[in-house]
Design a protein around this ligand. Structure first.
Ligand SMILES: Cc1cc2nc3c(=O)[nH]c(=O)nc-3n(C[C@H](O)[C@H](O)[C@H](O)COP(=O)(O)O)c2cc1C
Length: 325
């Protein structure tokens, strides 16, 4: 089975991808979405979105588009103009990106208002057009995937949308098991995907509300999925992918201690501080969000969050991290 680290805008950036894939268990990671409108981006934009392809940052040319621990990184594009999506996808691949994912799941009003993301799930023909146009301009060996929700308002078009993506030449589909109208409200409706496995001939990766090994087992039992994508759960339990893999392989595994989690947080803090352009407030916000997600699984995170929740100076939070672990 395969586990993918989810694309999360403003969250799963280069540093997070490096840190979480270094813990292990991930077969693939994705960039945050790059929004395509009516231009082909210059090289620097691709490098910003996916520093793993920038030879000045990733000096191991054999491993362009891989994290340091060897997990491939695919680039996610979002938009509704087939030709510009295709041209940007082709350029990304020329620059070294190992695979392209197309976003049909974003529920944000601004994105949907410009015809991108989940709003496209109302028309399978458009999905077909976008994916097939991108496919035509990519080398045949380059993986192309799409990430979708169950639907826009309802899941009535789930099969039609998935079929359209398959017939357009995608190599796999990730399904976030909620409609756009569901937003992020639990539960994820894993059962709605069950029938799809018999009807779609490319791998389906299931996503949504997998926070621990039991959730994976439940999701697997209900939907019969094998492959999954982890979003917020990857932050609540940074070794979740590893926990699931070792469980399935009947290997003994000691879940990460709070001390090891603190080392990750410190690495994350240091990574961000080294980028002089990132503001203190931004760094503080990113640390707080991660610590908040950790509260789901570590009591120590609850204690730490209480101490830092009103601090907006990243250095002060950094000092608190030094005391933990
Ligand atoms: C803050 C945030 C940003 C996200 N950004 C993206 C994105 O850029 N592209 C995308 O396809 N999905 C995005 N998502 C959706 C996640 O990839 C994932 O589908 C969702 O969080 C459900 O999975 P989870 O329950 O494991 O978190 C985002 C979700 C969150 C919470």
């Amino acid at each position: 089975m395969k586990i993918i680290l989810a694309p999360m805008d403003g969250i799963t950036d280069f540093y997070v991808r490096q840190i979480l894939t270094s813990v292990g268990g991930y077969d693939l990671s994705m960039t945050e979405f790059l929004r395509v409108t009516n231009s082909v981006f210059p090289k620097r934009v691709f490098y910003q979105n996916c520093p793993e392809i920038n030879p000045e940052i990733n000096s191991n040319l054999e491993l362009l588009s891989f994290t340091q621990s060897g997990t491939p990184v695919h680039m996610q594009l979002l938009g509704s103009d087939a030709d510009y999506l295709a041209a940007n996808a082709a350029k990304a691949v020329e620059l070294g990106v190992k695979g392209i994912d197309v976003n049909f799941g974003c529920p944000a009003k601004t994105v949907n208002g410009h015809g991108g993301g989940a709003v496209l799930l109302q028309d399978p023909e458009i999905l077909y057009k976008l994916v097939s146009t991108i496919r035509k301009d990519l080398p045949s060996e380059t993986p192309l995937s799409a990430k979708m929700r169950l639907g826009y308002e309802t899941s009535d078009l789930l099969l039609d949308n998935a079929k359209a993506i398959e017939e357009a030449g995608a190599d796999f589909i990730t399904i976030h098991a909620r409609t756009k109208f569901d937003g992020y409200r639990p539960p994820a409706k894993w059962h709605e995907v069950t029938d799809l496995f018999a009807k779609i001939n490319i791998p389906i990766v299931l996503n949504g509300e997998i926070w621990d090994v039991n959730d994976y087992l439940k999701c697997q039992q209900i939907s019969s999925c094998q492959d999954i994508m982890l979003g917020r759960g990857a932050f609540a339990r940074p070794d979740l992918a590893k926990q699931i893999k070792t469980y399935l392989n009947h290997q003994p595994y000691q879940t990460m201690s709070w001390d090891s989690i603190c080392v990750l947080l410190k690495d994350f803090y240091q990574f961000m501080v080294m980028q002089n352009l990132i503001s203190e407030k931004y760094i503080a916000g990113r640390l707080k969000l991660w610590i908040k997600w950790l509260m789901a699984s570590y009591d120590e995170a609850v204690f730490l969050f209480e101490q830092i929740k009103r601090i907006s100076d990243a250095k002060e939070i950094g000092v608190k991290l030094q005391c933990h672990g």
